[in-house]
Design a protein around this ligand. Structure first.
Ligand code: GTP
Ligand code: MG
Length: 224
């Protein structure tokens, strides 16, 4: 079968390298700031609508005794940040104005404005996207990829980069798997070929299934 190589020109590659270098420097600054403040920062990635906000919300309820703050990334609007703010959770909305991912500079500004007490867990909900979000280090301590069952179990085959860079895979909307023909074993096999040690969790934020082991694992990471 014929394949088309859509890789960019040499000039494009050089510009992208500069962008990534500048981002990496700022990400390191963020990491230093997070360490000083003892903030445990989790970058949450996944497609639009895969359940990132719902998972963060259910997770913060499961993390008993841990203060949580949220940075929300969306192209437009403040629906997700408002959702948390209305419940008394410190929350800041970043609008990328069309950009398909957050970068370290955006997070640096947001976290400076975020009223997160020291020792908090800070969840950064990235823009819904399985491609560019994985290329930008934000200075996070943990990168969590959400994949919802209606998206299909073939996603590791199509978006390998984001599976390679993840520290954990959370399969969301697990209670819908039987209706959409999602095969957990297939996705686990495919993901492990890209990222051998990737921990995988099956959760339904709606029914609460699987939330307990996921929150326990996350809380242990925070204590490490
Ligand atoms: N059945 C089911 N629906 C869920 C679950 N988690 C989230 N949803 C629904 O999926 C839809 C999208 O959830 P969100 O949490 O807003 O998804 P998101 O990834 O934050 O979406 P964007 O921020 O728009 O990218 C909502 O209608 C949720 O109620 C789940 O575990 N089971
Ligand atoms: Mg959301």
């Amino acid at each position: 079968m014929k394949g088309y190589d859509m890789a960019g020109s040499e000039k494009t590659v050089r510009v992208l390298e500069k962008v990534h270098k500048a981002n990496d420097l700022l990400a390191e600054e963020n990491r230093g700031f997070f360490a000083e403040r003892r903030l445990f920062v989790v970058n949450v990635l996944g497609s639009p609508g895969c359940g990132k906000t719902t998972l963060i919300d259910a997770t913060r309820r499961g993390l008993e005794g841990i203060a949580v703050a949220v940075i929300e990334g969306d192209v437009a609007g403040d629906v997700d940040a408002r959702h948390f703010a209305e419940q008394g959770v410190p929350a800041i909305q970043i609008n990328t104005g069309g950009g398909c991912h957050l970068d370290a500079a955006m997070v640096k500004q947001a976290v400076a404005d975020l009223a997160a007490p020291d020792d908090s867990a800070v969840f950064i909900e990235n823009v819904g996207n399985l491609i560019c979000t994985s290329g930008f280090d934000l200075g996070e301590g943990l990168r969590v990829l959400c994949l919802s069952t209606p998206e299909g179990d073939d996603k590791p085959l199509k978006y390998p980069g984001i599976f390679r860079g993840a520290d954990a895979l959370v399969i969301t909307k697990s209670e819908l798997a039987e209706y959409v023909g999602f095969r957990f074993d297939d996705v686990k096999k495919r993901a492990s070929l890209l990222n051998e040690e990737l921990p995988v969790f099956e959760v339904s934020a709606k029914t609460g299934d699987g939330m307990e082991p996921w929150c326990r694992w996350l809380a242990a990471k925070m204590r490490d």
